[in-house]
Design a protein around this ligand. Structure first.
Ligand SMILES: [Zn+2]
Length: 222
């Protein structure tokens, strides 16, 4: 696998990232590779300004950095881990999602969490996916940015479709690389249902597709 920067401008690279999400991602990366390796990684990828300077723990759009920075961090981690890049990126996604879920209300409020548990499992999954989509739409509404996320019923799977994926913004490669989002979806679904699901990325913008697409099995792993 070889990840390069797209020659043509990818407009998704200019979409502002959310302060707290970048913070959680940096803390997760630090926890995984250690402070020193992360500093080297940030240096190598033109992200020196984040060294010992993580964004505030605020769920709001940043004025200082964009999806481009987020994609740089995600792909730097993939390169750091080499062969283990996929598994470690999923782990990274899960670690980075925990603090957002701990805030309860980033994705779901407590009352709805209890109510959702009475739904059939497939609808619980759909609710989680829609909550993520709705929260992103709410956040990006202030700058009139269409987050371009849709949820599709594909029989025994749900598809989460993102036309402005932050994980691969401006990148080019020959295999899907947005495994961090597999971790985010897994952690969010587990938080609500207590179960694990098979999740696969089946399309990737970095491969020239219009959207990044993840398919989530409607039944839990045994
Ligand atoms: Zn992507």
């Amino acid at each position: 696998m070889n990840i390069t920067n797209k020659l043509a401008l990818d407009p998704v690279t200019q979409v502002p990232q959310i302060d707290a999400y970048m913070r959680y991602a940096l803390i997760a990366a630090e926890e995984m590779v250690g402070k020193q390796a992360l500093e080297i990684m940030l240096h190598k990828n033109g992200m020196q300004r984040f060294i010992s300077n993580y964004p505030p723990d605020k769920i709001k759009l940043s004025t200082d950095f964009t999806h481009k920075d987020y994609a740089n961090l995600c792909t730097a981690l993939i390169e750091f881990y080499g062969e283990a890049g996929k598994d470690e990126s999923i782990r990274f996604g899960r670690i980075a999602t925990k603090p957002a879920l701990a805030k309860q209300g980033v994705f779901f409020n407590v009352a709805s969490r209890t109510a959702i548990k009475f739904l059939p499992l497939s609808l619980q999954i759909k609710t989680v996916l829609e909550s993520i989509k709705n929260d992103l739409e709410k956040l990006y509404k202030e700058i009139d940015h269409d987050v371009s996320v849709s949820i599709e019923d594909r029989g025994d799977k749900w598809a989460y479709i993102d036309r402005s994926c932050a994980l691969c913004a401006g990148k080019e490669t020959d295999v899907p690389i947005c495994w961090g989002w597999v971790g985010t979806l897994s952690e969010s679904l587990n938080w609500l249902t207590g179960k694990e699901f098979e999740i696969d990325q089946v399309e990737c913008r970095a491969m020239g597709e219009k959207a990044c697409v993840w398919e989530i099995c409607k039944t839990a792993k045994k």
